[in-house]
Design a protein around this ligand. Sequence first.
Ligand SMILES: Nc1ncnc2c1ncn2[C@@H]1O[C@H](COP(=O)(O)OP(=O)(O)OP(=O)(O)O)[C@@H](O)[C@H]1O
Ligand SMILES: [Mg+2]
Length: 244
Amino acid sequence: MQLTPTLSHQTQQKAVQTPNDIVQVNHITRELALGNEQIPILRGVSFAIPRYTWTAIMGPSGSGKSTLLGILAGLDTPSSGQISVDGVDITHMDETKLARFRNEKIGMVFQSFNLIPTLTALENVEVPLFASRNSDRSAARAKRMLELVRLSDRLNHRPNQLSGGQQQRVAIARALVNEPNLLIADEPTGNLDSATGEAILDLFDNLRRELGLTIVIATHDPAVSQRVDGILHLADGLLVEESR
Ligand SMILES: Nc1ncnc2c1ncn2[C@@H]1O[C@H](COP(=O)(O)OP(=O)(O)OP(=O)(O)O)[C@@H](O)[C@H]1O
Ligand SMILES: [Mg+2]
């Protein structure tokens, strides 16, 4: 299903300049060394993700979802195959360039939030701004992101003073502060009760419309399948079913 979200002027311009698929993955494999053995984790996976869609990656524990998301986010490199994000082949990009590319184009939300415990919510959201070329490094943007995730009243709380759902929302605000095109989240509702999980999913739904985002999440949550535009089913390192 193709979406017709409300896009900002800036996002519409970006969309015209690039082809319809934001992610293209061609036959990627990932092997990991365990002692002397090479264990195949991903065994040849190919797919494309259209812009402005919301895709879920589902499959049993150990099927390779997090490994695949790490590669999509440019945090890991495939053993073979090719991956392009936003029209750029990142497969063999050097680490410095890749770090900049990630910082500008990709927002990543980790399952365990990965917030810095000694920093406040606002300071956590500001962190990616310091690594970016964006001249606007003010706290104003970080604040705006925390408003978007409805945490304006918790700016100066540290992670241990926030609930799980609130920490997850700080992690989402941090992932969005550099205005990425692609938001990747690994089991964003995995640690939350079902009502808080639903609220996070509502938030994703709103954000992709407001910000013109493409969202990819790994999930075990059957409620997600009702909301997304496409599902990639992984089993044992292979894409076994794709519904869109
Ligand atoms: N560093 C590593 N060394 C060796 N094997 C690994 C390593 N990291 C992951 N694996 C293996 O890779 C496989 C896929 O792991 P991955 O974390 O991608 O699965 P997943 O689908 O995200 O599972 P879950 O639903 O439990 O999060 C697993 O069998 C795991 O044991
Ligand atoms: Mg995982």
